[in-house]
Design a protein around this ligand. Structure first.
Ligand SMILES: *Cc1c(COP(=O)(O)O)cnc(C)c1O
Length: 418
């Protein structure tokens, strides 16, 4: 029941007059007149793709071995580095973010290696399951899905590991299921104190381009990114920013790797090429997105996300609802996860809001399913679009009979008018 359904899901037409719901423009439960205006895609990825990017994506495909492609590849491979805060190589895969998780592990580790991971939420759990399936031994430190990685636990585990068995520490920077941003600077400090040889791998799929990030400054070995969140692109590209230390480790890493191997990729990239057919049009889109980020200014982009996030939290708190994130040092700039009171159905709320206002919100994932909904405020979004989103949420809450303070939207306006 999305905005546009596929043809096989269309209902058979039994009326003489075709209703909007018959052609899949609206959800089937909505019987009112067809409203104007655009769809609001406020899930925390994929995000709204701006016109500058969609038009770049529509560029006729070029020969990926020709001179124009080399120019494109050389340009994006260079300019994407600023988003990661690095001068080191960034590998670009035609893949989902999950592929880049796998790439980080298979390029650097050996079968049976121990990996330290933290159960911050759904995505951290999925990454650790992927690591186990590859034959790694994962120490998943349990968490309550309301906090980020506790830096003191990293210190403790690495200090206990006197033989240096732990080969990598895996951190999800922004846990998209909970709206919690782990404190990377503090994590870096404890890693420096314990001076352990483990590699540091960080998933920034939902923070890249939305929160300040320093791959070099924080001495991260592999940073994992994806296209469909803060980078304002459709799904389809994934990234590994790679440190010199990670490249050295890759020489002796023995996990099976083929498609994900950095070596042929970096070799081809150095000549403006890819070892297989690249996602050429996505690279045109990336080029346009990088131009947008550069012209707004990376620091301004981060400040805008911070501002939208704080207006969102003001609304949620005024409504009288609880944030999933329970540490005010760890609020996510890219999304806000909201807990509904016991007995309320977050999925029914989201379905109502989609039907009534054509606004998509993120579902509660994993153990938060049904209790939580998530408001994405990352990527291509401005203040008025956020206010429209929050107004849709408030109206939906009221429509579902949930008692919320209607001043919620006013609280958001107050933050944005400061
Ligand atoms: C979206 C997301 C992923 C998954 O990316 P896919 O493209 O769906 O494979 C992984 N980690 C985080 C933190 C995410 O937000």
């Amino acid at each position: 029941m999305g905005f546009v359904r596929n043809a096989s899901a269309l209902p058979t037409l039994s009326h003489t007059t075709i209703q909007p719901s018959d052609i899949g423009i609206r959800g089937p439960r909505y019987n009112g007149p067809m409203p104007g205006g655009r769809h609001f895609l406020q899930v925390p990825g994929p995000t709204n793709v701006p016109f500058q990017v969609t038009s770049a994506l529509a560029t006729p495909t070029i020969d990926h071995r020709g001179p124009q492609f080399r120019e494109l590849a050389t340009d994006v491979l260079q300019r994407v580095k600023a988003v990661f805060g690095t001068t080191q190589p960034v590998v670009i895969y035609p893949s989902s973010g999950t592929g880049a998780w796998e790439a980080a592990l298979v390029n650097t580790l050996c079968p049976g290696d121990r990996v330290l991971a933290f159960e911050t939420g759904h995505f951290a759990t999925l990454w650790s399951e992927l690591a186990s399936s590859l034959g790694l031994r994962v120490d998943l430190i349990p968490g309550d899905w309301r906090h980020g990685v506790d830096p003191s636990l990293i210190a403790q585990r690495l200090t206990e590991d006197r033989n240096g068995d732990i080969a990598a520490v895996c951190v999800v920077h922004n846990e998209t299921s909970t709206g919690v941003l782990s404190r990377m600077a503090d994590i870096r400090s404890v890693l420096d104190e314990v001076d352990h040889p483990a590699l540091l791998m960080v998933d920034t799929i939902s923070s890249l381009g939305s929160a300040p990030y320093f791959h070099d400054g924080w001495n991260v070995d592999v940073t994992i990114g994806g296209s469909q969140k803060g980078l304002m692109l459709p799904p389809g590209l994934a990234f590994n920013a790679v440190s010199t230390r990670a490249l050295e480790r890759a020489r002796s890493a023995r996990l099976q790797r083929g498609y994900w191997d950095w070596t042929p990729m970096l070799d081809a990239n150095s000549r403006g090429l890819f070892p297989y057919t690249p996602a050429t049009n996505m690279l045109f889109g990336l080029q346009a997105a990088l131009t947008m980020l550069e012209s707004e200014g990376h620091a301004n982009v981060y400040a805008r996300h911070e501002r939208l996030a704080s207006a969102t939290r003001a609304a949620v708190q005024r409504w009288g609802l609880e944030l999933v994130c329970s540490d005010d040092r760890e609020y996510s700039p890219s999304l806000t996860a909201v807990m509904l009171p016991e007995g309320a159905d977050a999925d029914a709320l989201r379905a109502t809001i989609l039907d009534r206002f054509d606004l998509s919100l993120g579902a509660g994932l994993g153990r938060l399913a049904g209790r939580v909904f998530r408001i994405g405020h990352l990527g291509h979004i401005g203040e008025l679009e956020l206010l429209g989103t929050l107004a849709g949420v408030q109206a939906g809450l009221q429509h579902c009979g949930l008692e919320v303070d209607p001043q919620g939207i006013v609280a958001a306006v107050e933050v944005l008018s400061r």
